[in-house]
Design a binder for this molecule. Structure first.
Ligand code: BES
Ligand code: MN
Ligand code: ZN
Length: 485
């Protein structure tokens, strides 16, 4: 979708459909106000009404969309209103639309533009690749949106460019998560990284195959991958090596399908376990976004990727695995596999001497009990890193909330016969997983983001989210990197 920004009035052109975004209780231009019953539209958040102004040269259809009361308006209100608008405009079969904003927005131009573009692009997202019977009307897409910003046109345009890049990165992650497990096996996921590197020459991509993994001693990834007919991979995506400032390593769980392995999961809901590479999808999405924005930062994306399957070759409960770090893990449950593959990815990250390691994974069902689908859990060995991530969550609307990593939790993952065990009793399941991971990050500031609740939705919770993959973590981590110090 092409989004351009102009100064002036959205009703002054004769587009087939104009969207008017308004505050609750604000007056609308007379020609529009006469074309509907005032009680039908108050301007409440995400309320919308199509009206048909008569007897003038402007747009034939005007879609009113509410932002809620002006004093409560945030970037999130704009993001949601824009998503509501684009969905309605698309079902009205409009090809090119204009969109008008109130002159007295209580936000900066760049903030408005970014939230607007995010709402438009995210709200417009659909995953249609495997449907053959849809009508042309159903497949209709909006080609262009012309945004009329009465003020701060230039900063709104800059914000639109930023927001579009972030939303494209998020939608890329959604596509990867929505792809069936059988079409994104570890070698196929690695191929998507290679293609990303071809699209963006600023990203250097290296893939380790199973032979290389064996040679270098990636014991965690190899153990989890053993039960699958698709061999595991380790994916390295490097951007911005030339920048002299800090290095940030992003590590994403790339478990392309999690059956549980020999500790097999129940049948109900197993199909959603194609989302177990949501962490890696977020890393892919952030790498693309960072390259598109040209951020002046050295960012290394690392993805351990395997498929967790039951077979005669599977790793077993009771096995002891020697990881890349040399540390050993007692396997008590083959379904706690994420932390086993991530141990190698985190240890590998240390070779970049990073200023921060930020790891994302759909790691525990327990985090859904703690925070539901509305926030990602942050656990960190460095409080300033945790604070920056929570702040980036608030600023981006891709929310994050901290859980503690106290010494008591580190004690809980110690094994009697190996260095660590991959299961630690029922309590604090998300935190003990985080404590386990921190053992592999060495002395480097480390944050773990558990996105098991946020990477996937069974039903949308906001106008710009949809059933399936959400791209959780892309907006959060991009905002973190844009403000990293
Ligand atoms: N991939 C799952 C976690 C998960 C659950 C992701 C729900 C998305 C939605 C992970 O590998 C897993 O199976 N975790 C177990 C850990 C347990 C065996 C210690 C869990 O949470 O039940
Ligand atoms: Mn599992
Ligand atoms: Zn898993």
């Amino acid at each position: 979708m092409d989004i351009t920004v102009r100064s002036g009035d959205a009703l002054s052109t004769s587009s087939a459909l104009a969207v008017l975004v308004t505050f609750e209780g604000a007056s609308v231009p007379a020609a529009v106000a006469n074309s509907f019953e005032t009680s039908d539209f108050s301007g409440a958040a995400n309320q919308s009404l199509m009206v048909y102004p008569k007897g003038r040269g402007g747009p034939k259809r005007v879609l009113l969309v509410g932002l809620g009361a002006r004093k409560g308006v945030t970037a999130e209100s704009v993001r949601q209103a824009a998503a509501t608008a684009i969905k309605q405009a698309r079902s009205a079969q409009a090809a090119d639309i204009t969109l008008g904003l109130p002159a007295d927005m209580p936000l900066g131009g760049d903030e408005v533009g970014q939230a607007l573009a995010e709402g438009l692009e995210l709200g417009n997202y659909r995953y249609l690749q495997h449907q053959t019977g849809r009508s042309a009307a159903d497949l209709h897409e909006i080609a262009s949106v012309t945004v009329f910003a009465p003020k701060h046109t230039k900063s709104v345009a800059q914000g639109v460019a930023t927001g579009s890049a972030i939303a494209r990165g998020t939608n890329f992650a959604r596509d990867l998560v929505n792809t069936p497990g059988g079409m994104k096996t570890p070698p196929q996921l690695a191929q998507r990284a290679i293609e990303l590197g071809e699209r963006h020459p600023a990203i250097n991509v290296t893939v380790y195959d199973e032979v290389r993994l064996e040679k270098e001693g990636f014991g965690g990834i190899l153990a989890v991958g053993k039960g699958s007919d698709s061999p595991p991979r380790f994916i390295i995506m490097e951007y911005g090596k030339q920048f002299k400032g800090s290095t940030v390593c992003l590590v994403g769980k790339g478990l392309t399908f999690d059956s549980g392995g020999l500790n097999i999961k129940p049948a109900e809901g197993m199909e959603t376990m194609k989302n177990d590479m949501g962490g890696s999808a977020a890393v892919f999405g952030v790498m693309q976004t960072v390259a598109e924005l040209g951020l002046p930062l050295h960012v290394v994306g690392l993805v351990p990727s395997a498929e967790n399957m039951p077979s005669g070759r599977s790793y077993r409960p009771g096995d002891i695995v020697t990881t890349l770090s040399g540390k050993t893990i007692e396997i008590l449950n083959t379904d706690a596999e994420g932390r086993v593959i991530l141990s190698d990815g985190l240890h590998f990250a240390q070779r970049y001497k990073p200023a921060a390691i930020v790891e994302l994974s759909t790691l525990t069902g327990a985090v859904i009990i703690a925070l539901g689908n509305h926030a990602t859990a942050v656990m960190a060995t460095d409080q300033s890193l945790a604070d920056q991530l929570v702040a980036a969550g608030a600023a981006s609307g891709d929310k994050a909330w901290q859980l503690p990593l106290w010494d008591e939790y580190h004690q809980m993952v110690k094994s009697d016969i190996a260095d660590l065990k991959n299961l630690a009793g029922r309590g604090a399941g998300s935190i003990t997983a985080g404590a386990f991971l921190s053992a592999f990050a060495g002395k480097y500031p480390f944050a773990h983001l558990d996105i098991a609740g946020t990477a996937w939705l069974d039903a949308p919770t906001k106008p710009y989210l949809s059933k399936g993959g959400t791209g959780a973590g892309v907006r959060l981590v991009t905002e973190f990197l844009r403000t990293f110090n």
